[in-house]
Design a protein. Structure first.
Length: 579
């Protein structure tokens, strides 16, 4: 859609569109509107992403557009004001910059924008959406009664694909071998199996159906759920979003049969026991020197996590003396004294971090003497507490704000153990249902499709070639500006293992950088290797091993007896100070 300034006020839009409601016999422009905007058909125009029509059909869009265009041509001053232009010459400057192709192109854009505003205003009226499409109510509209959205029953039932009938006060709708029945004024809804005559379900509804303007109105949520649909409410667009969740998941899953078989093969662990997760990291940084010889800088770390429920106990050890060596080699101004360097290397040699998380009390405990010693040496202003920490005291952090991401981590660890993810479709739909904090669900169906298409470009069935239980996908890209990427990954649907290799080469001027990534294992036990090689300069490699297994030892989140504790209160920088 062409970028343009927000056109005139709502009053101006209303003035232009006054009396332009779609007539019974809609008239298109000459040439047809879709041709004016470069489309081969009305259907292609309505389905394009340029304008995104939701409430109006093509006849209505073209009819309002034709009226608005005539009004603009009849009143050039008003047409210019819509784009904040004071003269045609001013507009011509914008045309020279390529914002529009011509004056007529500008007028078409303005007229179409008014139609789009009309469509958007209609969306903010009470609306019912079914599987991503708005249901059109012709002679009667949905209305809100006692907080419930009431809709004309025949229109909604036929949109569901049901056959509606009225017989001596009883109202029924037949679909998929079942009959739903109710009566005006009654708060009881019954579903019967057509073959056996057995009552499958009886539901009490809180708002009784009623008759208005010769139409029977029913509460949309209860009746949609009776037909097996899920219901969400979009408060911004005042839209009841109805969708067949099982059918939507099945549609998405049709693109990911290989990925779903691999997900099903993931190993599971008993979440009732504690989990021990271990990570080992080895890093090597090599600086090339063809005269004095290459210089290597090594670092390593080991992390062990015990988790159960939301309790977490972490122990990490590391040797980071290479940071001191690297600092010394780059200290061309001799800012570091021999004493400072010795102290720095000693502090970085045997780093140990202990961390305890007890969500029930809202407490975090941290102990790292090596870091505290560095703070003491740097003259930290709260020297008494820091000195205590350098001697082994625990830092007590009481903060529910900081607890939240940690609790999220423990929950993710449990999810990896249980691996309750059943399919790509279920994961995408669930994510979209929970994602929007503002509960703007009108785009749920569209968002699910967009995310599915994005994932299909990486893990879609058509990308894989099969060899036994192993499925391999390859891709190669070249942006034409010196960057190429090659990716290969393999899924084994027999044991849930996964291997991948990624290579990215970037050439810019005289510099060349090669980045590689290798992965092997599964989601619970794996090895990852990363490297970045800068031609004639340096190479960095990081080797990471991850493993997890059940543990007989539960995390101990209580401090040892006799431990010294330093209190620290976390202050939220965004919180208003108390008066």
């Amino acid at each position: 859609m062409k970028k343009m300034k927000r056109f005139a006020s709502a009053a101006l839009a209303a003035l232009l569109l006054a009396g332009s409601a779609p007539s019974a016999l809609a008239l298109d422009t000459t040439p047809p509107m879709y041709q004016q905007f470069g489309y081969d058909s009305a259907e292609a125009f309505m389905q394009s992403n340029d304008w995104e029509w939701y409430m109006l059909d093509y006849d209505e869009v073209s009819d309002i557009y034709r009226t608005a265009l005539q009004e603009l041509k009849a009143d050039p001053k008003r047409a210019l004001e819509c784009g904040n232009f004071d003269s045609w010459e001013h507009l011509d400057l914008a045309i020279e910059y390529g914002i529009w192709d011509s004056r007529d192109d500008y007028l078409r854009d303005v007229a179409c924008s008014f139609v789009h505003e009309k469509d958007d205003d209609m969306r903010k009226q009470l609306t019912v959406q079914l599987n991503g499409k708005n249901i059109r109510f012709t002679d009667t509209k949905p209305e809100k009664v006692n907080g419930r959205i009431m809709v004309p029953f025949r229109a909604i039932a036929e949109a569901f694909g049901a056959e509606v009938s009225y017989d001596s006060g009883a109202i029924t709708a037949k679909k998929d071998g079942q009959t739903l029945s109710f009566a005006l004024g009654s708060k009881q809804l019954t579903i019967v199996d057509d073959k056996t005559g057995k009552t499958l379900k009886t539901t009490e509804i809180d708002t009784a159906p009623y008759k208005k303007s010769s139409r029977t109105y029913v509460p949309v949520r209860f009746f949609a759920e009776a037909f097996g649909l899920n219901v969400l409410w979009d408060d911004y667009y005042h839209t009841a979003v109805l969708y067949d969740r099982a059918a939507l998941i099945a549609e998405v899953n049709s693109k990911f049969t290989v990925l779903n078989q691999w997900l099903k093969a993931q190993p599971k662990q008993d979440t009732a026991t504690a989990l021990k997760s271990v990570a080992t990291v080895n890093a090597l940084y090599t600086v090339f020197d063809t005269v004095d010889g290459n210089k290597d800088y090594n670092a390593n770390a080991n992390v062990t996590i015990l988790s159960q429920g939301q309790n977490l106990q972490l122990t990490a050890t590391a040797d980071l003396r290479m940071l001191a060596d690297l600092l010394l080699d780059t200290d061309t101004d001799n800012l570091l004294s021999a004493t400072a360097l010795t102290m720095l290397k000693a502090s970085l040699k045997d780093i140990r971090v202990d961390f305890l998380c007890d969500p029930s009390s809202g407490s975090l405990y941290l102990r790292c003497p090596s870091l505290a010693k560095l703070l003491v040496a740097s003259g930290y202003d709260n020297e008494e507490n820091v000195t205590a920490m350098a001697n082994g005291a625990w830092l007590h952090i009481h903060s529910f704000e900081l607890l939240e991401p940690i609790v999220g981590t423990t929950n993710q660890l449990d999810e990896l153990r249980d691996f309750s993810l059943t399919s790509a479709g279920d994961a995408i739909v669930t994510s979209m249902e929970q994602e929007d904090e503002n509960r703007n669900f009108e785009f749920l169906w569209e968002s699910v499709q967009a995310h599915a298409n994005y994932l299909a470009a990486i893990f879609g069935d058509e990308l894989f070639t099969r060899s036994g239980t192993r499925y391999t996908a390859k891709s190669e890209t070249d942006d034409g500006y010196g960057t190429t990427q090659n990716t290969t990954f393999t899924l084994d649907i027999a044991n849930g293992s996964f291997s991948a290799a990624f290579e990215k080469r970037e050439e810019y001027w005289k510099s060349v950088t090669l980045t590689t990534f290798e992965f092997s294992g599964n989601l619970q036990d794996c090895r990852i290797k990363l490297s970045q090689h800068k031609k004639n300069d340096s190479i960095v490699t990081v080797d990471l091993t991850l493993s997890s297994s059940p543990s007989d030892s539960a995390p101990n989140v209580k401090l040892p007896d006799g431990s010294k504790v330093v209190e620290w209160v976390y202050n939220d920088p965004y919180e208003e100070p108390e008066e």
